[in-house]
Design a protein around this ligand. Structure first.
Ligand SMILES: O=C(O)CCC(=O)C(=O)O
Ligand SMILES: [Fe+2]
Length: 281
């Protein structure tokens, strides 16, 4: 026989009301955990009110993120790499975020933009009337990838990122460069993979993102973390590093983020997603 638990009347009403509004039991559970309920007791409470079968898919392990030491020493207000001193402008613990300046020189930013420009292909669409491929109007967002160790500049940056983040270069995915024009954005998202879609043969889950700002943006284009009300203003040569995966394969949902629309000028960024283990041999 299952344990009977006494659920306060108000809480019971709230759970039933929320469930009847179409909110999924998992979201109700997440909401209770976010409000401070312990995951297991929130689970038993909801199970007692609407039935345990509704919570079958829930992975309790993913409900509360355990913060671990990321292994980056920040006591000197800077991080020393073999070719550069990087300044720490901001530190946040939960989620773990560092805003760093002087990560790239102005020349390195320009070089990376230049190299990317050559490979950005204008977005195309198929003309619905004639079937011909034509340039898309209004869709100007573009991106490109550099493969691991692709050229001298990329290798130098990969080494620097690895030293700053204290992760092996082999854990980093190929650098992605994105260009946003006025009005373009990157809507709210997580960078980690859905926890049931992790490929352990390729380094496993993503655990961190190293985002480099390659130019100064005239207006807009901030990287925002709405769960903690943080907005990072792009600055040429600066970078934001956020960490969201631990040794228990949990992911930090506080790392939700977006790039808000550019309102004036353009925005260039380079992203390196870092996995838990080695992607390449
Ligand atoms: O451009 C930004 O500020 C955010 C980019 C981003 O979230 C990503 O590349 O995953
Ligand atoms: Fe992202």
């Amino acid at each position: 026989m299952g344990k009977t638990i006494a659920v306060p009347e108000k809480l019971k009403e709230w759970i039933i009301h929320t469930f009847n509004r179409g909110i999924s039991p998992v979201a109700i559970l997440q909401g209770m955990v976010d409000k401070g309920y312990e995951a297991k007791s929130a689970y038993s409470t909801i199970a007692a009110v609407i039935g345990p079968d509704k919570l079958k898919e829930v992975d309790l392990n993913q409900l509360t993120y355990e913060y671990e030491d990321v292994g980056i020493s920040t006591t000197n207000n800077k991080i020393q790499t073999s070719d550069r001193d990087v300044n720490i402008l901001l530190k946040m613990e939960k989620p773990y975020i560092l805003y760093l300046d002087n990560v790239l020189s102005s020349e390195e930013c320009d070089q990376l933009i230049q190299l990317s420009k050559e490979r950005l292909k204008p977005s195309t669409v198929i003309d619905q009337r004639t079937g011909e491929i034509k340039l898309a109007t209004g869709r100007t967002s573009k991106g490109t990838y550099f493969s691991f160790d692709e050229n001298e500049l990329i290798s130098k940056l990969e080494k620097r990122i690895s030293e700053i983040t204290n992760t092996p270069v082999e854990n980093g995915e190929g650098l992605q460069v994105l260009k946003y024009e006025v009005g373009e954005e990157y809507k709210l998202h997580f960078d980690f993979f859905p926890t049931n879609k992790v490929d352990n043969s390729k380094g496993g889950q993503r655990i961190g993102t190293f985002l480099l700002y390659l130019n100064d943006v005239e207006a807009g284009g901030e990287t925002v973390f709405p769960k903690v009300g943080l907005s990072i203003v792009p600055k040429k040569g600066a970078a934001v590093f956020f960490h969201y995966g631990n040794s228990k394969d949990q992911v930090d949902r506080k790392s939700l983020h977006a790039s808000i629309p550019v309102s004036n000028g353009e925005k260039w960024v380079a992203t390196k997603w870092i996995r838990k283990g080695k992607i390449y041999e």
